[in-house]
Write a protein that binds this ligand. Structure first.
Ligand code: HEC
Length: 174
């Protein structure tokens, strides 16, 4: 319940973008969603592609080059996370975070409790604990993208990952 509420709050407004310009290719539409979507938080807030955006979350080209449209749709709308953890710092502060880099005693962690995410430079000894969390919600999971919109985003991801344009139909991911 708490999680659903958080998801709904995060999903924010739903200004429609990229709808219906017949001159746009599916990849163009996907790029528009990726960079400017106001359904949830735009992907570029946390993923970098084609020189746009911030590499807070994983590099999407790896996954998009190996899995198909349906798998990508499921991942985009994930309800369980692989990398995000709940961090607790000395002093008690808790936040959902993703580790970016560890060099010796220095650990760089993105605080995903804030949008845009904030990069914290911590000492290992500042971190009291870190554990799996089900409280953090991937923004597109709650954003209620239509299958057609997800298909556009996926066509764009696969194009950037493979260099080959290929139409993705909504029925492939339903
Ligand atoms: C607030 C930051 C944020 C936003 C906005 C965001 N993502 Fe993510 N994304 C993440 C994080 C963090 C992960 C890693 C989650 C985990 O622990 O598995 C992730 C994971 C993913 C993955 C799985 C990658 C892998 O290798 O496992 C895909 C695909 C993805 N995001 C696509 C998208 C798309 C498409 C959008 C926009 C519609 C989007 N994301 C918006 C932060 C974000």
């Amino acid at each position: 319940m708490k999680r659903m509420l958080l998801c709904l709050l995060l999903s924010g407004g739903s200004m429609l973008m990229a709808d219906g310009d017949p001159a746009m290719t599916q990849i163009d539409r996907g790029r528009q969603w990726f960079q400017h979507s106001r359904k949830g938080v735009a992907c570029v807030a946390c993923h970098a592609l084609e020189g746009q955006g911030f590499a807070v979350g994983p590099d999407l080209t790896k996954l998009a080059s190996v899995i198909g449209p349906r798998g990508l749709a499921t991942t985009i709308q994930m309800t369980a996370t692989a990398y995000v953890q709940e961090f607790q710092l000395l002093g008690g502060r808790k936040f959902p975070g993703i580790e970016k880099e560890k060099t010796g005693e220095l650990v760089e962690v993105f605080d995903l409790g804030r949008i845009p995410a904030v990069l914290l430079k911590l000492k290992s000894s500042d971190i009291l604990s870190r554990r799996g969390t089900s409280d953090w919600c991937h923004p597109p999971t709650a954003a209620q993208y239509k299958a057609e919109e997800l298909a556009d985003i996926i066509a764009y991801l696969k194009f950037v990952a493979t260099g080959r344009p290929k139409e993705v139909s909504a029925t492939e991911i339903r």
